[in-house]
Design a protein around this ligand. Sequence first.
Ligand code: GLV
Ligand code: GLV
Length: 317
Amino acid sequence: MEKIFFTFKIPDEGMLLLKGYEVTGNTQDRFLSKKEIIEGAKNCSALITLLSDKIDSEVIVSLPRLKVIANYAVGFNNIDIETARQRGVRVTNTPGVLTDATADLAFGLILATSRRIVESDRFVREHRFNGWKPDLFTGPSLADKNLGIVGLGRIGKAVAIRAKAFGMKVVYHNRKPMLPEEEEALGVRHMSLEDLLRISDFLSLHVPLTAETRHMLNEKRISMMKREAIIINTARGALIDEEYLIKALRDGRIAAAGLDVYEEEPFISQELLDLPNVVLLPHVGSATHEARRAMSIMVGRNVAAVLEGKEPPNVVV
Ligand code: GLV
Ligand code: GLV
C-alpha cells in the first residue's frame, strides 16, 4: 500500500479521500524540522505540506519514492520546484478556492488601515474614549481614490470588484496586460509599475513570490509613492523590502501599511510592532472555514490522482 505523510494536520475533508492509503503524519501543534520531515516521509509516495515547510532540494532528493508534493496553499515558493521537476515529482497547489477569502482580507486591511480600526479599538480598550471629537481617528475616504493592484490574477480581480463597489478607481500592473474588453468589463486600467506607484492612494500586492518579484517594492519604488499612500500585502512578505518599509512608515514617507505576511515569517521585527500606523495579521488570508475545507479537498484530490497514475487537477509541475 502506498504511503502518504502530512507535515501538519489539515481539515478532515480531504484526508477522507485518502482512505485507501496508509496515511501518517504530524498530529502535534508544532512544525516539523527538515530532518523530521525527511524521517517521517521516508518510503512515502506523497507528501502533504504547509507553506511554512521549506521543501528544498535536500528534502526532495532524500525521498526517492516521492511522486507528489501537495501544498496546502496556492503559493508554492516554499518548494524547490526545479528539483521536483528534474526528479519527476509532481507539485500541486490549491488555487481558486481561497480567492474570495484572500480578497476579503485584503479589503479588510484597506478599511482597517484607512479608518484606523485597530488603533481605535486599542484606544477604547485603554479607557481613553471620553467623547466625540471632530478629529478623533480621522483617515482618508475610499471613494474616488486610486487603488493600484500589482498582479491582476484571480485574487487581484476579486479585490478590484470589491474596490469598485466602494467607488474606488482601480489601476493595475501585470507583466502581460489584459485585453481591452476584459479591462472594460472590470473597469480597470493598465499602467507601468512606476506610473501606478506614483498615482496610487492604496497599493495592494497580488503577485507570487519568485526570484523576479522578490523586493519588487524596494526603496526606489516606495520613494515614488505618495506620502498619503497605504500599502496592503496579503501575498508574500518578501515582495517588499521590509527594512525599508519600516523606515518609510516611521519617517512618514508613506502613511500606513496593512500586512498579513512578512519577509521572515513568523519573525516580526520589534520596529514593526512598535509602529502605530500598521495593522499586522498572522498570515490569515485564506482563513475562512469554507476556504480551508475546500483547500483540504483539493489536496486530497491532487494526491489521489497522482497515486492513481492520473494527472492531478492542480498542477504546478
Ligand atoms: C497562502 O498564503 C497561500 O499561498 O495559500
Ligand atoms: C493566486 O495565485 C490566485 O489564486 O490568484
